[in-house]
Design a protein around this ligand. Structure first.
Ligand code: BGC
Length: 805
């Protein structure tokens, strides 16, 4: 052990207390031992350091920081150098604000477009998500701050996120839900990782030995610390034994007592505790040294410019009929849409940034060479009809050459803590669009939305820009693209399907009760649409430019591929080229083709460059559930270079030897998986894939401490059911007001145990047991436990505190 000398001096009380947080964001310090405290903060697209009262939901204000485009946006740049630059900039701000661990990036897979946190995640594809995440991690850590990729793992649903069991087969786990983390750890060298709230195959992520020990530490060689998501610890002792170091945020000393009791009873060993303490000491000591002599400020203007460049490079041009864009100098434009005045540039929840400034299209338009015939908000964000505003919008639209329509998802549609239940934008925005179409056919749409939306109205537009959530400097970036100062080069990091019903997990998402069954298996995003031949609106990897690119000269060898890309248009630009691999007539089922590499190439007009994309350990592998190893199926692999997943330009081939002759599946038992038509997989087939029976996910009438508060409708106690009805009513009211109440959402989806994990020691697990007994109808027994638990807890806390002073 590296810190043997300190560990030898530590009492068991000090060790146990060290392994959980001291407040919302900090670790415990021990003056006697010379152990300092370190500070963690969100977030992935801007620092959210709370100077005053801390909360993990973005409720209380934080110090001003640059609000960069969110991960869903940046992924569209397909540019890992940009990711690294953003990471550096984030790391610099973190350091200036005294933050040692930056809680991000988030890289869960976009299993369904409905996940409320998709705006925080990179992609539906693990390779792209992993490469982008690794680039952030490298950038952040280059500044002496640790990055914390999250949420490990299979956390693709917000509903009941803390009381939900993700049920999936080992191959899907490895190939889809872990590969991104593997890249972030192995290539990004992440020094911390955040364990997710949910269970994975029946074991909480934070106490899942398979995830934390076998895969993360043993297979991937992770040598950093595992931090729980805020309130994600269930059994702290099992967490420590599995490889989790730091329980956050502030469980008080009850958790520490739980750990000591576990050592005393032999449930876990003192060696496990010492190993976790040693790893945590290494992080704390290193981070403390890194922060010495740090700068206290950062260049706000320079960082704003980084945010602007990032936004511009990540914007996706979906449509440009008759080359209506870029706008010619002097074009008469009407600026319509509330988003032009009050931009939607970030999402809600723990990633909420207090920006250093926010630019708007309505304020910035004057500095561009355009004639503005008028501006109008056009529709109201909260959905009310406003005839006068509509008249005003139609009037200016009819007098313009081009209508610039700014629209998208409102704040209430996407947030941590809730999932969407449809993919539509508000109806009043669509109604206005239809009327604008009558007044002026030349409409250019500018979408702000953190995730995929249905676009049945897209034919109303001559041109369409998808900006995702593009940060505080997004307005300037959009105007630069509209006027041609910047040539768009973003490509979609997720598919835009035609309708929700077409999405692979449509029937399985979100989970109805305790389990979320990943029956669609590997068929996420384009992997599904292409294999099952479901038409989509805009495919994965798609995005237009103001110039054109020609591909030629593909060569394939053992190390990788190279080919030439030439800019044959009239504007300098950048092209994202994608490497896909396909095995026709595979004997192990697999998607039609999969992304295995990409490159972004900047080219002046007429310029051509040779692009090289190396193969790596992931190019041909699949996870074999029989040999329990990554294997290669033998055969002739098709090597495809595409400008998108649907625009394939160059084809080659390479033969590969099989690494095993043991085939994992009997094809006749898995017909849906062999055809890719996985929208209605029967129980028996899913069980074959899982290799075990499907766990019963139904709630029983008896609630336990791991059931979510929103299950109180099962409560036997009338009082508890009344509390449930009140909570539901408050939640409904907040949802309807257009501003969901994150606190209520959190409580609603939170299991009872979290009361002991997030109250700084005020509530102990004994008291939680009492609460659960009470809601199950044993009023007096439960109340008795709560009261006696309260007094016992206060006494034990005081005694413990005196031992670690
Ligand atoms: C979120 C994490 C976040 C943490 C701290 C949790 O609710 O899931 O992503 O880092 O809070 O704010």
């Amino acid at each position: 052990m590296k810190y043997q000398d300190i560990i030898e001096k530590m009492t068991i009380e000090e060790k146990a207390a060290f392994l959980s947080g001291k407040g919302e964001w900090q670790t415990r310090d021990f003056e006697r031992l010379g152990i300092p405290s370190i500070f963690c903060s969100d977030g992935p697209h801007g620092i959210r350091k709370q100077a005053g009262a801390g909360d993990h939901l973005g409720l209380n204000a934080s110090l001003p920081a640059t609000c960069f485009p969110t991960a869903a946006t940046i992924a569209n740049s397909w540019n890992t150098e940009l990711g690294e630059k953003l990471g550096e900039t984030l790391g610099e701000e973190a350091m200036a604000e005294g933050v040692n661990v930056l809680l991000g990036p988030g890289l869960n897979i976009k299993r369904s477009p409905l996940c409320g946190r998709n705006f925080e995640y990179f992609s539906e594809d693990p390779y792209l998500a992993g490469k982008m995440a690794a680039s952030y991690v490298r950038g952040i850590q280059s500044q002496g701050v640790y990055a914390c990729p999250k949420h490990f793992a299979v956390n693709s649903q917000e509903l009941r996120r803390m009381a939900m069991n993700s049920v999936l087969d080992e191959r899907t786990l490895r190939e889809i839900y872990l590969t991104g983390f593997e890249i972030a750890v192995k290539e990004g060298k992440a020094k911390t990782i955040m364990s997710a709230y949910n269970e994975v195959n029946g074991v909480y992520a934070n106490e899942n030995k398979h995830l934390l020990n076998d895969i993360l530490r043993q297979e991937w060689g992770f040598d950093g610390i595992v931090i729980t998501d805020w309130g994600a610890s269930n059994d702290h002792a099992l967490g420590v034994a599995a490889g989790s170091n730091l329980e956050m945020p502030n469980p008080g000393l009850d958790s520490a007592r739980e750990l000591i009791a576990a050592v005393e009873s032999g449930k876990i060993s003192i060696e496990d505790v010492d190993a976790r303490v040693d790893e945590l000491l290494d992080a704390v000591m290193t981070l403390y040294v890194n922060a010495q002599g740090k700068k206290d400020d950062f260049d706000k203007n320079a960082h704003h410019q980084v945010a602007r460049n990032a936004a511009a490079e990540s914007t996706v041009l979906l449509k440009n009929e008759g080359k209506v864009l870029p706008l010619k100098p002097g074009t008469k434009v009407a600026i319509i849409g509330d988003f032009a005045f009050v931009p939607r540039y970030q999402g809600a929840g723990s990633s909420l940034v207090n920006p250093t400034r926010v630019e708007t299209v309505s304020e910035m338009i004057g500095s561009y060479d355009l004639q503005v015939v008028g501006t109008s908000r056009g529709y109201s964000r909260t959905g009310e009809e406003d005839a006068a505003m509509v008249r005003e919008a139609l009037d200016i639209a009819s007098r313009a050459d081009i209508v610039l329509y700014f629209f998208g998802l409102n704040e209430d549609s996407e947030s941590e803590g809730m999932d969407r239940n449809h993919m539509r934008i508000p109806q009043n925005q669509i109604t206005l669009l239809q009327e604008l179409g009558q007044a002026n056919p030349n409409i250019v749409g500018v979408i702000s939305a953190g995730s995929a939306i249905e676009m049945p109205w897209h034919h109303y537009f001559k041109a369409l820009l998808h900006c995702y959530l593009n940060g505080q400097a997004g307005a300037g970036a959009v105007l630069d693209i509209l006027t041609g100062g910047v040539n768009p080069s973003g490509k979609l990091a997720e598919t835009i399907p035609r309708r929700l019903e077409d999405t692979p997990a449509y029937r399985y998402y979100p989970s109805q009760e305790r389990t979320s069954e990943y029956r669609e298996s590997l068929y996420v995003g384009y992997r599904y649409y292409e294999t099952a031949q479901v038409p989509v609106l805009y495919p994965f990897g798609f995005g237009l430019s103001y110039t054109e690119f020609e591909y030629s000269g593909l060569t394939v060898n053992e190390d990788g591929i190279s080919f030439t890309v030439k800019n044959i248009g009239e504007k300098d630009g950048a092209e994202v080229s994608q490497l896909y691999v396909r095995l026709k007539e595979a004997r192990v089922f697999r998607p039609n083709k999969e992304l295995k590499g990409f490159a972004k190439t900047f080219l002046k007009v007429g310029e051509s460059k040779t692009v090289t994309i190396p193969f790596d350990d992931k190019t041909f592998r699949y996870y074999n559930v029989k040999t329990c190893k990554w294997e290669i199926e033998g055969g002739n692999y098709e090597i495809i270079v595409g400008a998108s997943s649907a625009d394939l330009r160059l084809f080659g081939e390479i033969a590969k030897e099989a690494t095993t002759d043991q085939l994992p599946y009997e094809p006749s038992e898995l017909p849906s998986y062999y055809s890719g038509k996985i929208q209605t997989v029967e129980n028996s087939e899913f069980e074959k894939l899982l290799g075990r029976s499907i766990p019963d996910g139904h709630w029983s009438g008896q609630l336990t401490k791991n059931d979510a508060i929103c299950q109180l409708y099962y409560a036997k106690s009338g009082l508890a059911r009344f509390a449930y009805r009140r909570l539901t009513a408050i939640k409904k009211k907040a949802d309807e007001s257009g501003k969901p109440d994150l606190n209520i959402l959190f409580i609603y989806n939170m299991p009872f145990r979290a009361m002991a994990k997030m109250t700084g020691g005020a509530v102990s697990m004994d008291m939680v047991d009492g609460i659960v007994e009470l809601v199950n109808g044993h009023f007096f027994g439960g109340l008795g436990k709560i009261i006696s638990g309260y007094f016992r807890n206060s006494k034990l806390n005081k005694k413990y505190e005196s031992k670690i002073k």
